[in-house]
Design a protein around this ligand. Structure first.
Ligand code: FAD
Ligand code: DHB
Length: 396
């Protein structure tokens, strides 16, 4: 006789990135229990260098969930950015244009805070699992299966499953064949990102357009800088010794009277860039959120913020569904995709305006410069950029 499931929970969550972790908190706040499984170790999840800019709405969400103690103490509020092009650096004042700002606080810190708070409140988190599977998705009792770190194969009976397992996860491929539509674009460039042990050389982020390619000066704290360089998509990090990285950053940010301070590089890596939207974001009792359903190129810092706004919608949708009202769950995919497409457009637009395309004609660079002059001189154009950067919520 087949044995029944080993565990029972209301929501099975796959993935301990920002989406899965925040969802487990938002559900707990609504009195809904969950089991979250992650195939990496806790230390790995807490160290993975990724995004760093939180929209005002993401900060509010974390604050309202009681998760912003350290963010409020250590996060750096930024009221604007610089756009650098044609030998000039122009400031865009988001506060003046929209009354809103963003907060620089690393994704690694968000993840550490979310894990610590979940562990402190007795949340069920399982790291270093393997063989994750989801099944019976079109029934009222979907199943989550995994092998624990100790090697025990485990089956969890759930009311719903949240696929928060990123672009390479197993949840999106678990949709029945033919149900998903994926729209995708790969870009002919990648970002080389470094974390450097040196105080930032700037008070606000600098997005630089340069003939050699895009560069971004961001930061992590008053003592740590985060910088990015556009490189070739197939570039090997071994071809970028520290001296070459600094030399290229010096060239792309050069401005008379301004100095880029250098320091030891603590972490470096290359990330490919793509736009990808898969829809719908739900099949039966399986709901996708964050990078599992969509990817944006990093220019404009939307990936993390989209993951967080998806799960804010999902927590309410699941609370309704489990309480007997399926309306928000039925609307989940369309509700999220409105904002996903807005951010997909913004990220594509910022990427296209700022990167040098290999082999492009002189027309492309001239059009980029025309657009950069427009967004830094027209209040209407600047306001549109600022509204999107600080977080635009399409009306429903
Ligand atoms: P993830 O953070 O990817 O979390 C998914 C989790 O699921 C991971 O922990 C993964 O290990 C786990 N998982 C996967 N498969 C399984 C499985 N089978 N079983 C169990 N667990 C599984 N955005 C920006 O805005 N700016 C940036 O500079 C930036 N840099 C980035 C650099 C890199 C290398 C990457 C990959 C992304 C970057 N992003 C950036 C995007 C941003 O970090 C993501 O949008 C954000 O992490 C999405 O959160 P998520 O929780 O949806 O997915
Ligand atoms: C960072 C990343 C981004 O993609 C961006 O547009 C701004 C800042 C960062 O990692 O700090």
């Amino acid at each position: 006789m087949a044995s029944g499931p080993d565990l029972r929970t209301q929501v099975g969550i796959v993935g301990a990135g920002p989406a899965g972790l925040l969802l487990s908190h938002l559900l707990a706040q609504r009195g809904i229990d969950s089991v979250l499984v992650e195939d990496r170790s806790r230390a790995y999840c807490e160290a993975r260098q990724r995004a760093g800019v939180l929209e005002a709405g993401s900060v509010t969400l974390l604050r309202e969930a009681g998760l912003a103690g350290r963010l409020d103490r250590e996060g750096l509020e930024h009221g604007g950015i610089y756009l650098q092009f044609a030998g000039e650096r122009r400031h865009l004042d988001f506060q003046d244009l929209t009354g809103r700002s963003v907060t620089v606080y690393a994704q690694t810190e968000v993840v550490k805070d979310l894990i610590a708070a979940r562990v402190a409140t007795g949340g069920h988190l399982e790291f270093e699992v393997s063989g994750t599977e989801v099944a019976d998705l079109d029934t009222g009792r979907p199943l989550l299966r995994y092998t624990t770190r100790e090697g025990t194969r485990t089956e969890v009976a759930c009311d719903a499953i949240a696929g928060c397992d990123g672009f390479h996860g197993i949840c999106r491929p678990s949709f029945p064949a033919g149900l998903l539509t994926a729209v995708e674009r790969e870009y002919p460039y990648a970002w080389l990102g470094i974390l450097a042990d040196v105080p930032p050389s700037t008070d606000e982020l600098i997005y630089a357009h340069h003939a050699h390619g895009f560069a971004l000066h961001s930061l992590r704290s008053p003592l740590l800088s985060r910088l990015y360089l556009q490189v070739e998509p197939d570039d090997d990090i071994a071809a970028w010794p520290d001296e070459r990285i600094w030399a290229e950053l010096q060239t792309r940010f050069a401005l008379p009277g301004w100095e880029l301070k250098e320091g030891p590089i603590l972490d470096k890596g290359i990330t490919p860039m793509r736009s990808f939207v898969s829809s719908p974001m739900r099949y039966g009792r399986l709901f996708l959120a964050g990078d599992a359903a969509h990817i944006v190129p990093p220019t404009g810092a939307k990936g993390l913020n989209l993951a967080m706004s998806d799960v804010a919608v999902l927590a309410d949708a699941l609370a309704g569904l489990l309480g007997g009202d399926p309306r928000r769950a039925d609307a989940y995919s369309d509700t999220c995709l409105d904002r996903v497409w807005r951010c997909t457009h913004f990220s594509w637009w910022m990427t296209s305006m700022l990167h040098a395309t290999p082999g492009a004609d002189t027309m492309e660079a001239a059009l980029q410069l025309a657009q950069l002059r427009y967004v830094t001189t027209s209040r209407a154009a600047a306001t549109s950029l600022a509204e999107n950067y600080t977080g635009y919520q399409p009306p429903r």
